[in-house]
Design a protein around this ligand. Structure first.
Ligand SMILES: Cc1cc2nc3c(=O)[nH]c(=O)nc-3n(C[C@H](O)[C@H](O)[C@H](O)COP(=O)(O)OP(=O)(O)OC[C@H]3O[C@@H](n4cnc5c(N)ncnc54)[C@H](O)[C@@H]3O)c2cc1C
Ligand code: SF4
Ligand code: SF4
Length: 1018
């Protein structure tokens, strides 16, 4: 819902899309791109396919789309509509003009509360729409797993279906009307047939011709269209003779919008959608039934469906195990398990009356008791716990895709729908087919409607294509035997359009072609989908064709953990470094991005701040991974260190949000370090980067001339003067150098201290009082503390984690620092001391990048004992080893902003835990993403604006809204700086490190008498 911003034209003179790009640029105000890297970013969706588009348009308005349609029709260039690009079958992939409407065409156009309808533009995301509707007590109930990304235009394009389709139906059951534009520019509303008499003549003729096809094919429709609710393949010609288990319309009349739903952008462009809404369910109750076998779960499904639930969803053993291995899902899934089940069914009931809804779980229990299974039921009455479990289920596919190696779970028979009576047998037979083909599948999802998701593991670079066809043929025979639907959720695209003829027979296939020709005689609307398709195993369309190559690379970081292959039968991985990647695992790590688009989210969490503020594919984790993947294959030039990749990574703030939140673990922050390393090797290190990277080395000198350096903050003229040579935004204040840096290393040595305190560069030179506070608190808690110090032979400068070097790609220098740190601290680790730090990005480097610098077991030992101070205190408290007396403070509230790296390592909660020890202090964590400062990022003149926009997403508004007597707590140096900078023009708020708050709460006696020792190892 952003206001359109002026967009640049980006194209490359030699690209084939130049013609269309040049003509478009003259007539549209949105962004037109035809350069190789932009096309690469739009060449894939969440399928196995990849086709380079000719050009991309991000329209600023519907007028842009109108103009683009004219240009494309005149030039005969295919038009490929695209929302989030999360289709699994290759629907949005093609050699034409890709029109991405997700950035600007995303408004609510009209809302009628009494009729319970809403009209929206196609780019609005389902979660955003439902967020908007919440205040009206309504929602749009087609709750796809990708609700945080999927656009309504894309959902209609695919006839998407949610987990609760049993209760609410698919898209086709919930779309009231579509305002569309045909390829020849005709605009019309498609809705109830009886309302279309006023349509333009071209449309009236079209409707009449459609009706005559419908009448002609009346019997054939009844003969071949599967009678299941989950049938989304082909065109919905059955609007004229409905076959869906659930009627399309209440009175059986024809609604021509329903013919367009599921047409995958092949018939018309959707300008707006009018949707039927449902009242928000008032109460839900969830029961998790644990089964000893998948077969037993499937056999029980129809009996459970008879209880009238709103959803029955399957999660199998493999997925349970994968969820358990994910730190954020483990506690949630474990609460739902009874013993070690082979499968669980999530059975949900919905109702208006809370006690009555809860009682439905008793009914469930009674049914289970008939089978001796009552103790295998876990009741989940609370909404928050239900949501967490649904989140695990929704992440199912993504969790599954985290398998490393070239063999991946491939989507091609992933949503066949069979009648419930055959479900158990279907699963058994398909499992046997997989076994015969040397693979296996993981089962999950919509048991209630007979649509089970399963993806056999195939290696598309080797024998995957042959196996895919063989399995598809055998699976289809079973689906036919059971009178099921071959595509029950994800549509046709490139992988299944070939199967439309198989499913619907030659006669209806010809009717589909006739329908296509009526709408789009020139064949420009997303050609090759649904009708006149290519083969599913046409390797020239694969993302990883057999000829896929990777540039050889000498990497700075150790990526060998990704350089592996897997055994498709067991999932077991070969040893690190054995995967055959010429880029030593870097390419395979990049290829972990399967394009599912989960990073396009706006809900809670951190990922991906640069996308959240720009909504540009280039500034999205997925866009970056696609750019890198193409670069590593040589498609963007002979070297990975290209400006195309640099541009894509430019706004990546290294927040590590993706490291934690990307379901397949794409760690773009680390990839950026690797890229910077490659860049520096080829292009050298600019002076500005060198200055910032080497800050820990020159900081002691700077401290000596602190007053001089600090002048810059007091003189706007000086700041402006220095902007150009330094690249630092004049609008930024700089951290204040201290003349009294923390310098107590000269005190006594204590090689037996319980805690070795790491003083990072920022604490040392800018806020030494944080270190003093840490000492006070640790001592007051009874710990002996030593300050981490280098080995005596190497004592010319303090220890440093190397973060600033890593941030600028100076990996070798960072490795040198890491080695010094390991040499100095591992002896303390071995005698059992805790290594405790204050600055999240510094301390957590020991747990993250140190492990990929090739420093062996010693690095792992250090990582195992390195903790942030609140984490250490919380751990000691949980172990009953902490005695810390704290007094109440004058302030009664504290608002905590977690540093991104704290969140990435799931340790931000310890800050809240520790602050809550202060009597009477009400502590709240801000639901904030990255503060936007991210080390040196936000200081740059080229990043200042985007940095402030990131802060304004949630952090700064929350800080501004906090009552004046609220303590603002942020452990990150740069977060504190951003908060001060971002509030300086109104009511300036200064944030403090949590340890300062704890130190203030110490009784006066405990605060005094801190003496310091220094930790040297001998
Ligand atoms: C992890 C994962 C989980 C998924 N879970 C589900 C699920 O639970 N249920 C489900 O149904 N699907 C699911 N999908 C598939 C996919 O997310 C949905 O189909 C989704 O609705 C697609 O939305 P989108 O915005 O990404 O559409 P896109 O992929 O961008 O487009 C989908 C189709 O619509 C067409 N289209 C888009 N906009 C227009 C327009 N303005 N005019 C005409 N045609 C247009 C496109 O050309 C394309 O053919 C899942 C996918 C993934 C990766
Ligand atoms: S980066 Fe991760 S979340 Fe984003 S599309 Fe790729 S796999 Fe999905
Ligand atoms: S590190 Fe942060 S900014 Fe960079 S891609 Fe990941 S989530 Fe986005």
């Amino acid at each position: 819902m952003n206001a359109p911003a002026p967009q640049p034209l980006v194209f490359h003179a030699n690209r084939p899309g130049q013609d269309v790009a040049v003509r478009l640029a003259k007539v549209v105000s949105g962004a037109v791109m035809a350069d190789a890297a932009s096309c690469a970013r739009y060449a894939t969706d969440a399928s196995i396919y990849q086709v380079q588009p000719l050009a991309i348009l991000v329209p600023a308005s519907d007028d842009d789309v109108r103009a683009a349609t004219e240009v494309c029709t005149a030039l005969g260039v295919p038009i490929i509509a695209r929302g989030a690009g999360s289709s699994q079958c290759g629907q949005t992939v093609g050699a034409g003009l890709v029109i991405d409407h997700s950035k600007h065409l995303n408004r609510v156009v009209a809302f009628d509360a009494s009729a319970q309808t809403v009209t929206v533009e196609p780019g609005i995301v389902l979660d955003e729409l439902n967020g908007w509707l919440r205040k009206h007590g309504l929602w749009f109930p087609v709750d796809v797993s990708t609700s945080a990304q999927a656009t309504l235009g894309g959902m209609a394009g695919n006839n998407s279906c949610g987990s609760r389709s049993l209760y609410y139906g698919n898209m086709v059951h919930n779309v009231a009307a579509l305002d569309v534009r045909l390829a020849d520019g005709t605009e019309a509303r498609f809705g109830p047939e009886r309302d279309m008499n006023d349509a333009p003549p071209r449309v009236r003729e079209l409707v009449a011709a459609l009706r005559s096809i419908g009448e002609r094919e009346h019997d054939e429709i009844a003969r071949v269209v599967p009678r299941v609710m989950r049938r989304v393949g082909g065109y919905n010609a059955d609007v004229f003779n409905p076959q869906s288990e659930r009627p399309y319309t209440a009175d059986g009349s024809v609604n021509l919008a329903h013919l367009l739903v599921g047409s995958e952008g092949t018939l018309a462009w959707t300008r707006t959608l009018t949707l039927s809404l449902a009242p928000l369910p008032r109460h839900r109750a969830l029961g998790v039934v644990n089964f000893g076998s998948l077969h037993a779960a499937m056999a029980a499904t129809s009996e459970l469906v008879a209880l009238g639930p709103s959803a029955v969803e399957l999660v199998d053993r493999t997925m349970i195990d994968l969820a358990r291995s994910n730190p954020s899902f483990r506690p949630v899934i474990e609460r739902a398990l009874v013993g070690e089940p082979d499968a669980i069914l999530l059975v949900e009931f919905t109702g208006d009356d809370a006690p009555a809804t809860l009682r439905r779980l008793d009914d469930l229990e009674d049914v289970l008791a008939n089978h001796g299974l009552e103790r295998h039921l876990v009741k989940v009455p609370l909404a928050a716990e239900q949501k967490s479990l649904w989140d695990v289920r929704k992440a199912g596919l993504n969790i599954m895709m985290s398998l490393r190696g070239d063999g991946k779970p491939v989507s091609f028979i992933e949503d066949c729908a069979v009648p419930l009576a055959h479900l158990a047998e279907y699963v058994d037979r398909l499992t046997e087919i997989f076994r015969r083909h040397g693979t296996r599948g993981t089962w999950y999802a919509h048991a209630s409607v007979g649509t089970l998701h399963v993806r056999p593991i195939l290696d598309m670079r080797r024998d995957g294509a042959q196996k895919m066809r063989a399995i598809a043929e055998e699976a289809s025979a079973i689906v036919r035997e059971y009178k099921g639907a071959y595509s029950g959720e994800h549509g046709d695209g490139l992988v299944r359009s070939e199967w439309v003829a198989w499913q619907f027979g030659p006669r209806l296939t010809r009717a589909f072609e006739a329908i296509k020709d009526l709408f789009d005689p020139a064949g420009v609307m997303n050609p090759g989908k649904i009708v006149r398709p290519s083969r599913m195993d046409d390797a020239s369309l694969f993302r990883f064709p057999p000829a896929h190559r990777t540039l050889a690379l000498h990497t700075g970081l150790d990526w060998t953990a990704w350089d592996v292959q897997n055994d498709p039968r067991t999932g077991a991985l070969s040893p690190p470094g054995s995967g055959g990647d010429p880029a030593h695992g870097f390419a395979k790590a990049v290829e972990m991005c399967n394009n599912n688009g989960h990073c396009r989210k706006f809900d809670a969490g951190t990922m991906c701040p640069s996308y959240r503020v720009t909504r540009d594919e280039i500034h999205l984790t997925r866009g970056r991974a696609n750019t890198l993947r193409h670069a590593l294959s040589g498609a963007l030039g002979p070297s990975v260190a290209s400006t195309a990749v640099r541009d894509a990574l430019d706004l990546c703030v290294g927040c590590k949000g993706c490291r934690r939140e990307c379901p397949t673990g794409v760690d773009m922050a680390r990839m950026k370090i690797e890229f910077q390393y490659q860049w520096q090797r080829e292009h050298g290190v600019p002076l500005r980067d060198r200055l910032l990277a080497y800050l820990p080395r020159w900081a002691s000198l700077a401290a000596r001339v602190a007053p001089l350096l600090n002048l810059r903050n007091r003189s706007p003229a000086l700041a402006a003067l220095m902007e150009r040579p330094t690249g630092i935004a004049a609008a930024r204040s700089l951290p204040q150098w201290r003349r009294d840096p923390f310098a107590r290393q000269s005190a006594a040595t204590d090689a037996n201290a319980d805690v070795v305190l790491l003083i990072d560069t920022f604490t040392r030179y800018f806020e030494p009082e944080n270190a003093d506070s840490a000492l006070q608190v640790l001592r007051a808690a009874g710990f002996s503390v030593a300050i981490a110090a280098p080995m005596p032979a190497d004592a010319s400068r303090p220890l440093c984690c190397g973060r600033t070097f890593l941030a600028h790609g100076l990996v070798d220098e960072a490795r040198r620092e890491a080695k010094r740190m390991i040499d100095a601290l591992v002896p303390h680790v071995r005698r059992g001391a805790a290594i405790v730090g204050l600055e999240p990005s510094c301390l957590l480097t020991l747990r993250d990048e140190f492990l990929v610098l090739g420093l062996g077991d010693a690095a792992r030992e250090l990582a195992g004992r390195a903790m942030l101070i609140e984490e250490f205190l919380a751990r000691e408290q949980a172990g009953g080893r902490l005695t810390l007396a704290l007094d109440a403070l004058p302030e009664r509230r504290a608002l905590v902003h977690g540093h991104c790296h704290q969140k990435a390592f799931d340790v931000a909660g310890h800050v809240v835990t520790a602050l809550r020890w202060i009597p009477g202090l009400d502590v709240e964590m801000v639901e904030s993403g990255c503060c936007g400062m991210a080390g040196a990022f936000g200081y740059g003149v080229d990043h200042y604006d985007v940095s402030m926009r990131m802060a304004e997403l949630s952090l700064l508004p929350a800080v501004r809204n906090a009552p004046a007597d609220t303590l603002i707590v942020a452990d990150g140096t740069s977060c504190r700086h951003q908060i001060a900078d971002g509030t300086r023009n109104d009511r300036r708020r200064d944030a403090v490190h949590a340890i300062r708050v704890l130190a203030r709460a110490l009784p006066a006696a405990a605060r005094d008498g801190a003496t310091t020792t220094v930790a040297h190892s001998r």
